[in-house]
Design a binder for this molecule. Structure first.
Ligand code: G1P
Ligand code: ZN
Length: 541
C-alpha cells in the first residue's frame, strides 16, 4: 500500500456552522472537497498520529464512500485505530457514547442531520472531541483556519475496507474495529431506564408508533422498542435506513412527519407517537390527540426525570438554548436548581455537562438530551417519556395537563423563512439590530416591549464569549420573540422567528390564537414582509 501526498489548494466556504460542515452532496463529492476538509480536521486538532477515532454516519447517500476515504486518510496520517459502525452507520448519540466509552480521542460523524439526503440533497461532516460532543468553537475555528492554509493531503492507496461485518481488521498500520452500531448504545439505555416497567406498560396494552423516517434510528428503535421492550411488531415504521430517506425530509416535526401527526390526531391513534431525524439526535413526541412541543417536552422531562433510575438522584441543573421556551425555567425554579440559557447549537451544552452543572439540556428544535452522552438523543427522550408514563400511570395528555396546571403554559411556535437571498436576510437583521435600543417602552402588535437586545453568551465554565447569537424581544406579561439566521442551511439564508406567549390560566387555547399578537408584533418590529416580500413563513413548527 502506498501513501500518497496529493497537492491541493484551499476551497472557499469550508467553515463549520451550527453543526459541522454541511453542503450539497455534489459539492462534497467534488474534487478534493471532502479530502481537504478531513485533512483540515487532522491539522486543526494538531495531527492524529497514534490517536483513536470513532467513525459512522446516518446512512445517507455518499456515507459509505466518504467513510472509506476517511479511513484511508486516517491510516495515511498515522492514526492508531478507528472504531467504525457496521455498514459505516452510527447514530449521532451512539457515536458520542462510543467516543466516551472507548476513551477515543474524537470522532467523525457523517450527517447533515434532518436535511434530506441524495445526490442532489445534503451531506455533512461533523467532528466531535474526546468528551463525545461537537467540537467547540475554538476547535472549529482551528479547523477552518486549516482549510484556508491547506496545500496537500495524505491518503493511502488501498481497496475499500469491508465494513459489512463486525470484527477487527487493519488498513496499513492502522487497526480498524467494525462494531454493531446498536449494542453499546442499547446497554447504556438499559442502565438509565427501567426496562421492566416499560415492558410492563407495553404488556398492559399501551400502544406506540415510532417513525424512524427511513433514517438511522430504525435499527436502534427496532432492537430496543420491539425486541427488548416488547412493543408490537410493526410499532416501528420506516425502519430501514435509506440513502435518500425514502425521498422524504427526515425531520421529526409536524410538517415533515405529518403522517404520524395525522395518525395521532385521528381515531386510530395509539397511546404514544414519536419520530426521530436523519442521524437520530432529534425527537418529536405526541400522545393520543396531543402534540408536545419540544420546549414543553424538556420541561416535563425535567420535572419528572427522577422517576427513571438513571436520574433518581435528581438533576444538577438544566440548560436550554436561548430561543427555547422558558417553560423549563419554572421547573428549575421549583426544583431549586440552576437553569442555563445558551446559544443555539448543542456544542454550547458541552462545558455545562462536563462540569456537572447541568444534567438535562434541550432545544426547541426537537433536541433533548442529558449527561449520558454529549449530543442530543432522540431515542433516549422517547425512553425517558415511556419510563415516566410507566411510573406516572396516566396518558400523555393527562401528564401535560397536570404540568400546565402546576407551571402555566408557554404557547410556542417557530416560523422559518427559507432560502432567502443572504443580503436580504442580513439587511433585515442589521436594520433590526440598529433599532434595538429604541424599542423598549414602545408597542407592537398591541403588546408593550419590555426589553430588546442581541444575545451574547459568557460560558460560565471556560469564560469564553460568543456574540451575535440572535435578537431577543421581551414583552410585558412574559411574551417573547427571537430572531436569528440559521447556521445549518445550505441554500441562501434561513430566517428563524421564535414566538412565545405564557399563560397561567388559559391552558387549552389554540396555539395560533394564543400567539396571534406576538406574530403580528414580529412583523411590525422586523418588517419581515417588507424585507422578504413573503406573506408568511415556509415552515411553521
Ligand atoms: C438548527 C437548530 C439548532 C440545532 C441545529 C443542529 O440550527 O435550530 O437548535 O442545534 O439545527 O441540529 P440552525 O439551523 O438554527 O442554526
Ligand atoms: Zn440530527
Amino acid at each position: 500500500m502506498t501513501m500518497l501526498t496529493i497537492q491541493t489548494q484551499p476551497i472557499e466556504g469550508q467553515k463549520p456552522g451550527t453543526s459541522g460542515l454541511r453542503k450539497k452532496t455534489n459539492v462534497f463529492m467534488g474534487p478534493h472537497y471532502l479530502e481537504n476538509f478531513v485533512q483540515a480536521i487532522w491539522d486543526g486538532i494538531g495531527g492524529i498520529a497514534g490517536k483513536t477515532f470513532v467513525l459512522g454516519g446516518d446512512g445517507r447517500y455518499f456515507n459509505d464512500r466518504a467513510a472509506q476515504v476517511i479511513l484511508r486518510m486516517a491510516a495515511a496520517s498515522g492514526a492508531a485505530k478507528v472504531i467504525v459502525g457496521q455498514g459505516a452507520l452510527l447514530s449521532t448519540p451512539a457515536a458520542s457514547h462510543l467516543i466516551r466509552s472507548r476513551g477515543a480521542d474524537g470522532g467523525i460523524i457523517l450527517s447533515a442531520s434532518h436535511n434530506p439526503g441524495g445526490p442532489d440533497e445534503d451531506f455533512g461532516v461533523k467532528y466531535n472531541t474526546a468528551n463525545g460532543g461537537p467540537a467547540p468553537e475554538d476547535v472549529t475555528a482551528q479547523i477552518f483556519k486549516a482549510t484556508e492554509a491547506i496545500k496537500s493531503y495524505r491518503i493511502l492507496e488501498a481497496q475499500d475496507v469491508d465494513l459489512s461485518r463486525a470484527g477487527a481488521t487493519k488498513l496499513g498500520e492502522m487497526q480498524i474495529e467494525v462494531v454493531d452500531p446498536v449494542a453499546d448504545y442499547q446497554a447504556l439505555m438499559q442502565q438509565l431506564f427501567d426496562f421492566g416497567a416499560i415492558r410492563a406498560l407495553l404488556a398492559r396494552g399501551f400502544s406506540l408508533r415510532f417513525d424512524a423516517m427511513h433514517a438511522v434510528t430504525g435499527p436502534y428503535a427496532k432492537a430496543i422498542l420491539e425486541d427488548a421492550l416488547g412493543a408490537a411488531r410493526g410499532s416501528v415504521i420506516n425502519a430501514v435506513p435509506s440513502p435518500d430517506f425514502g425521498g422524504f425530509h427526515p425531520d421529526p416535526n409536524p410538517v415533515w412527519a405529518k403522517p404520524l401527526v395525522d395518525l395521532m390526531m385521528g381515531p386510530e391513534a395509539p397511546d404514544f407517537g414519536a419520530a426521530s431525524d436523519g442521524d437520530g439526535d432529534r425527537n418529536m413526541v405526541l400522545g393520543r390527540g396531543i402534540y408536545v412541543t419540544p420546549s414543553d417536552s424538556l420541561a416535563v422531562l425535567a420535572a419528572n426525570a427522577h422517576l427513571a433510575p438513571g436520574y433518581s438522584g435528581g438533576l444538577k441543573g438544566v440548560a436550554r438554548s436561548m430561543p427555547t421556551s422558558k417553560a423549563v425555567d419554572r421547573v428549575a425554579e421549583a426544583l431549586g436548581i440552576p437553569c442555563y440559557e445558551t446559544p443555539t447549537g448543542w456544542k454550547f451544552f458541552g462545558n455545562l455537562l462536563d462540569a456537572g452543572r447541568a444534567t438535562l439540556c434541550g432545544e426547541e428544535s426537537a433536541g433533548t438530551g442529558s449527561d449520558h452522552v454529549r449530543e442530543k438523543d432522540g431515542l433516549w427522550a422517547v425512553l425517558l417519556w415511556l419510563n415516566i408514563l410507566a411510573v406516572w400511570g396516566g396518558s400523555v395528555r393527562d401528564l401535560m395537563q397536570a404540568h400546565w396546571q402546576q407551571y402555566g403554559r408557554n404557547y410556542y411556535s417557530r416560523h422559518d423563512y427559507e432560502a432567502l437571498p443572504a443580503e436580504q436576510a442580513e439587511g433585515m437583521m442589521a436594520e433590526l439590530k440598529a433599532r434595538l435600543s429604541d424599542l423598549p417602552g414602545t408597542q407592537a402588535g398591541g403588546l408593550v416591549i419590555e426589553s430588546a437586545d442581541e444575545f451574547a453568551y459568557d460560558d460560565p465554565v471556560d469564560g469564553s464569549r460568543s456574540e451575535g447569537q440572535g435578537v431577543r424581544i421581551g414583552f410585558e406579561g412574559g411574551g417573547r420573540i427571537v430572531f436569528r439566521l440559521s447556521g445549518t442551511g445550505t441554500v441562501g439564508a434561513t430566517l428563524r422567528v421564535y414566538l412565545e406567549q405564557v399563560d397561567a390560566k388559559n391552558l387549552d387555547l389554540d396555539p395560533a390564537q394564543a400567539l396571534a399578537p406576538v406574530i403580528r408584533a414580529a412583523d411590525e418590529i422586523a418588517g419581515i414582509a417588507r424585507h422578504t416580500g413573503r406573506s408568511g413563513p415556509d415552515v411553521t413548527t
